[in-house]
Ligand binder design. Sequence first.
Ligand SMILES: *Cc1c(COP(=O)(O)O)cnc(C)c1O
Length: 370
Amino acid sequence: MSEPQDRAGAVLTIDLDAIAANWRRLRDRLNGAECAGVVKADAYGLGAAQVAPALHRAGCRTFFVATIDEAIRLRPLVPDARVFVLNGVYPRTEDDFLAHELLPVLNTPEQVALWRAAAARRGHPLAAAVHVDTGMARLGLSPAEAEALGGDDALWRAVRPVLLLSHLACAEDGPGEAMNREQRQRFQAARALLPPMAASLANSSGIFLGADFHFDLARPGAALFGVNPTPGKPNPMAQVVHLQGKIVQVRHVDTPMTVGYGATHRIARRGRLATVAAGYADGYLRSLSNRATGVIGGRSVPMVGRVSMDLITFDISDVPERLAHPGAVIDLIGPDNPVDRIAAEAGTIGYEILTSLGRRYHRRYRGGSA
Ligand SMILES: *Cc1c(COP(=O)(O)O)cnc(C)c1O
C-alpha cells in the first residue's frame, strides 16, 4: 500500500525547530519584554495544533488568536498559557470565554459593556485586554471612547484590565516612517486615559522599530513563520516552509507551441516542460501565472503558462534530464525561492501565501521536540 506522501501531488515540510528558533530570536531582541505568539488562522496556515505546542516548549506563555473558536481549539494545547481573542467577545459567548479560561480583547464600548455585565452576573471582576485604535480605524476604542470609559471607576472594578494593545499600520516601513511615531504617541496618550495595565504595540515588524516600541509585550506572528519583518533588508528570520511539487509529466517540445489555458506562453525553441501536481486549488495563486520561480537541482526554472486548478508547468529545458524526470520534485517554496519571493511574484505578501497553503499537500513536521 502507498503512503500519504506517495499519493500527494506535493509535500509541505514545516520546520517547528525553525519556528522555535525564530521565537527565541525575537524574544532576545525584546530586552526582557514578553514575547507572545500570534497563531490566528491556524497559525498562519501552518497548523496551530503543531505550532502552538512547539512555541510553548520554546517558552511562549501568551497566545493570540482571532476568534473564540480558534481559542477553544488552542486551549488544551497550551493549558497554562494566556489565550487572548483579538476579535473580542460577542453576545452569548461570554460563558465560553469563562469555561475555557480565555481572555477577550475588548475593542468597542459594546464589548466592554458585555464583559462588564458578565462580571456583574458572576459577582467578581473579569480580566480582559483593552484595544485602542491609534491609526488603523479597524478595531479598538477611539480616543473619545477611551477618555469616556477611562474615568468610569466602577467599570474598572468589574473589568480587570490586564493588557492595553494597539496595532501598527506601517510597521514594516521602518523607524523612519512618521506614522509609526504618531501611533506610538497616540498609544501613550491613550494609556494616560486608562487605568494602569501592561502595554503592547509591536507586531513582528514593530519589534524591529526599536526599544521604544517594545513596551511590556510584543505580538509577533508572520516573523515566527519566516516572513521577513524588515522588507528591503536581509531577512533575520529562519525559513520555516519547504514546498516540493512532484513532476507528473515531462513534455518534450520540438515544434513551436503554446502552454496552458489561454495559450499565454509560447515555446519558440526545442525544450522540455515539467508538469507539476499543484494548482490554484492548493493555494498556488493564479496570479503566479507566467511569473513564479521553481528550483530544481539548484537551478531556477520559470513557471510558464497559467496556473490551473491542479497543475502548473515549468520550463526545464536548461535542467539535465537525470535531475528533472517524472517523480522528481521541484521546490515551489524553498531556500532559493522563499515565501517572500513567491509573494512578490504573486503580487501579494507572505502572509497570504502561507494562509493559502492547500489542504491537499502532504504535511510533514520537522523537529519540535522538547
Ligand atoms: C495579526 C496580528 C498581529 C501579528 O502581526 P504580524 O505582522 O503577523 O506579526 C499582532 N497584533 C494584531 C492585533 C494582529 O491582528
